[in-house]
Ligand binder design. Sequence first.
Ligand code: HAM
Length: 444
Amino acid sequence: MIRIPRAKRKQKAPQNSLRGKKFPFQSPKGMHDILPQDFLYLEKIEKAFKKVSCFFDFLRLEPPLLEDVRLFERGTGPNSEIVQKQMFFVKSRSRSESSLVLRPEYTPGIFRAYVENGLTHSLVPAKFCYWGPVFRYEQPQRGRFRQFYQMGFEILNTLDSVYDAQIISAVYKILAELHLKGIVVKINSIGCRSCRASYVKKLRDYYKNKSFKLCNDCLKRLKENPLRLLDCKEERCQPYKANAPQTLDYLCNNCKTHFKSVLEYLDEAKIPYLIEPTLVRGLDYYSKTVFEIFVEGEENALGGGGRYDYLSESLWSTKLGAAGAALGVERVMEAMKSQKIVLSPKKEHKVFLIYMGEEAKKKAFVLMENFFKEGILVKESFSKESLKSQLRQADKEGAEIALILGQREVFEEVVILRDMKSGNQETVPIEKIVPQLKKRLRFL
Ligand code: HAM
């Protein structure tokens, strides 16, 4: 479901017809339905996310889906691809209100919420986690959607390198918890404002006399955002990228010490990493540590993040250091599928309710109300009428116990309790069915 781009889906989709009548709607381009079979994966991923969040004491924060466009223009950065090309605007009914966009990422919204809700004194550092949908106007392809889910962590109001490492450890742990193979963190440091300036100058000088050989995007990057030259995937730009000056050679002492310390934490914790000198990330707010996390067999990063000490300055003219990361939920799910991580649904419903006739149907309906109160999970098949088809359904669903109610049982106020494995049946007075079931379910 999730992996198939729209064009292919059109060819392959079933007719969506009821007696030859075609259904005229499709989900919007790049946006998919999450079907029941995917929830098996989603729930597993969410469980890992919650376990890790709880362990590291991250507090859940959920900002609104819509935010003021200026939050991203200033936060994510005017030169980022997100701001230049990928935001979905929402037209407001009132002209006096500022433009709103569907959030293309969480980080600036989390920071806004931290400040706006007056938490800057009570939570220092503040550790937040989140899980929810994110929107980017992209050309849909494998692992790239217009609506996707992110789970992430942000640690605000700290300059300490231990928190860069803790963020990496948290995303690493989620993937490890899901038994994904070949997890590797690619890491780099892009320095602070002062050392980056001299590095960017070197990079510009290096690329300047090659400009006639570069792709169009790189020519633009050379003018507007030279760091992103290192991000280019075009074949013709690769040789220049390979020989380009590296950020690590231009770090100031402070940034060098910071990076060394992050790597030491990772070494101590035996978190595998690779130093990747061309890793720069596409969002403008990063400083010092940047990283992406990959697993075996997947070309796309499953997550990414780093330190962003200047976001608070660009949004609020104050200095509050921060570090964070987000994982793409769909990408994690796809990786689990590609690595053949098989999940089987837990059989929670062990009891199946069968009725025959209208009176019994009513009684069965009321019985379900009782079972809900008593916490007994029960399946039904009210749309089927014959005993045979309902029993077949109970068998197919793997029920252990069938409760059968016919006209006679309703009249005598009893229920037939059938052991689906042995086929043995007994008649139980209706007022005793709850304790009887509870007793049996304890042993199943
Ligand atoms: P990002 O690298 O843009 O970083 O996104 C993080 C993750 O979201 C990616 O690694 C990927 O798994 C997933 N993702 C991104 N775009 C798409 C897409 N179009 N379709 C499916 N999945 C996608 C951020 O968003 C930063 N806010 C991370 C961060 C948090 N940095 C500091 N704190």
